[in-house]
Ligand binder design. Structure first.
Ligand code: BMA
Length: 346
């Protein structure tokens, strides 16, 4: 029998390396292709410089050479705003700005109950960052947009898609269609039509303000599937040599509540309406204590990732309470998707 001593990461018979030198757990997660950081959750409510209930679901980007997280912070009324944390290596030494970055605007009806779940995209053509987020109005949640060049001043464009709609993320580059090129947006409307389902849609715009060309690109599956109840994009699509890589969450309702897990899809680089592959199995699911137990149990909810070459750092909300970090290799994800992904699912 191999006796493991977890504290020293060694077995008494031979050597069993549980953790690699950067402190990521190498066992088990292999199967899911994501490696959680040992110090997860990397940011918790008690790390905030003012009292909050939860800090979770962050957007992510590189700004001024540092990793910047735009985090959803839920205050002790239950209303969310956005706050910033930065780190030189994207893993440790997080510095949290003393003041919130973006508060719900009291003059905007659509932000009455807060602003949530930001996704950050650097738009090359405009040389600025676009932040899509959920504005929580009494008429339902909708998609709003803000633009920034420095993460201190934000130009609020306001609502770009009416309720109920959330989980929206922009493409970093314009997409050519016939004679013109357009900004691309993935979003997730929820129709009231019975049985219509909550699927991932594509939309296009000439100016980031007016959106059309809406169509379903990835459907929630049915029955017992892990992504049968509803699906929504996580971080903005990542441009790779094989296509736009999409990490999306899928929800399954059970008698003990919903489970939020993640899967992958690959969209055609020229025409992202075309799904090249989509995972059958989920690749990331709640399993650590901080993902299983929180304000909403059994939730992993990524909204941001940062790629450095092949290395991908994924930032996710854990059980609607804190922020986790997991890493993956882009090449491994695509290789796996080629094996596990069924082609053309619609
Ligand atoms: C979704 C969003 C997320 C949240 C998740 C799990 O609908 O509201 O902000 O993390 O549910 O509660």
């Amino acid at each position: 029998m191999v006796l493991r001593d977890k504290a020293t990461c060694c077995s008494r018979v031979g050597v069993l390396v549980l953790f690699d030198k950067e402190g990521f757990n190498n066992m088990q997660e292999r199967q899911e292709l994501f490696r959680r950081h040992l110090q997860n959750p990397i940011i918790r409510p008690e790390n905030m410089p003012y009292p909050v209930n939860a800090v979770f679901n962050p957007g992510a980007t590189i700004y001024n050479g540092k990793t910047l997280l735009l985090m959803r912070v839920e205050d002790r009324r239950g209303i969310s705003h956005l706050a910033i944390a930065t780190s030189s290596d994207g893993i440790t030494g997080w510095e949290i700005y003393p003041e919130p970055a973006l508060m719900p605007d009291p003059s905007r009806k659509e932000e009455e109950f807060g602003i949530e779940d930001p996704r950050i995209t650097f738009i090359h053509d405009l040389d600025l960052w676009a932040v899509t987020y959920t504005a929580y109005s009494r008429y339902g949640p909708l998609v709003s947009l803000a633009l920034t060049k420095d993460f201190r001043h934000f130009e609020r464009v306001g609502p770009i898609l009416p309720p109920e709609n959330k989980d929206a993320a922009l493409f970093s580059e314009k997409i050519s269609k016939k004679t013109s090129s357009y900004f691309g947006l993935i979003h997730r409307p929820v129709p009231v039509f019975p049985g219509a389902g909550a699927h991932i849609w594509m939309a296009y715009s000439p100016d980031l303000r007016h959106w059309g060309g809406h169509q379903v690109i990835i459907q929630a599956r049915m029955g017992a599937w892990w992504d049968a109840d509803k699906i929504g994009i996580g971080p903005p699509p990542l441009k790779t040599s094989e296509g736009w890589l999409v990490l999306y969450h899928g929800v399954k309702r059970t008698v003990s509540g919903a489970i939020y897990r993640c899967g992958l899809a690959l969209l055609d680089i020229e025409n992202p309406d075309i799904v090249i592959a989509r995972s059958n199995n989920w690749i990331f699911a709640p399993s650590a204590d901080y993902e299983l137990i929180g304000d909403v149990d059994k939730v992993v909810f990524p909204c941001g990732w940062v790629a450095a070459g092949d290395e991908l750092r994924v930032y996710y909300g854990a059980a609607d309470k804190s922020i986790g970090l997991a890493t993956a290799k882009v090449s491994e994800l695509i290789e796996w998707l080629e094996k596990d992904g069924q082609e053309k699912v619609l």
